[in-house]
Design a protein around this ligand. Structure first.
Ligand code: HEC
Length: 127
């Protein structure tokens, strides 16, 4: 093999390896559905208009906080002024009470970053 070819081969392998890393890092909505079931479904449905202890999370990604009409929110959540985009949900789900002080959501937080990313990817599919 010529040196040029060797360099090309190494460069190709490096590129392939970084693609694989990216794929592995991509959030997995299917895994997120399982996280939802275990962590959230006791209080939240993903069916439009179906409330539980918490409001329905149907269409939550991109929704303004406190806007499900038949749910009685705390003033803290309602007045938070937040928009539930992916980044905000990520911050919120680590520690809800830090982002919405006074929220009545009795949930301590999901510390696992991969699980949070998967969960948010799942929530983005329920719309
Ligand atoms: C023990 C019950 C409970 C669990 C478990 C729970 N929540 Fe909640 N959630 C609530 C309640 C109650 C509220 C309303 C809070 C308020 O009004 O202050 C809420 C509010 C929310 C909101 C704000 C919705 C809006 O319309 O503004 C989001 C987003 C949310 N929860 C996501 C989740 C996710 C994702 C999980 C799982 C990781 C989860 N919650 C787990 C009870 C729960």
């Amino acid at each position: 093999m010529t040196t040029t070819r060797k360099i090309a081969a190494v460069a190709f392998l490096a590129l392939a390896a970084s693609c694989l890393t990216l794929l592995a890092a991509a959030a997995d909505p299917e895994a997120g559905g399982k996280v939802f079931k275990i962590q959230c479904s006791a209080c939240h449905s993903v069916t439009e208009g179906k409330k539980g202890i918490g409001p329905s999370l149907f269409g939550v990604v991109g929704r303004k906080a406190g806007t499900v009409s038949d749910f009685h929110y705390s003033e803290a959540n309602k007045g938070s002024g937040l928009n539930w985009d992916e980044a905000t949900l990520d911050r919120y789900l680590v520690n809800p009470r830090a982002v919405v002080p006074g929220t009545t959501m009795p949930y301590a937080g999901l510390k696992n970053e991969t699980q949070r990313a998967d969960l948010i990817a799942y929530l983005a599919t329920v719309k």
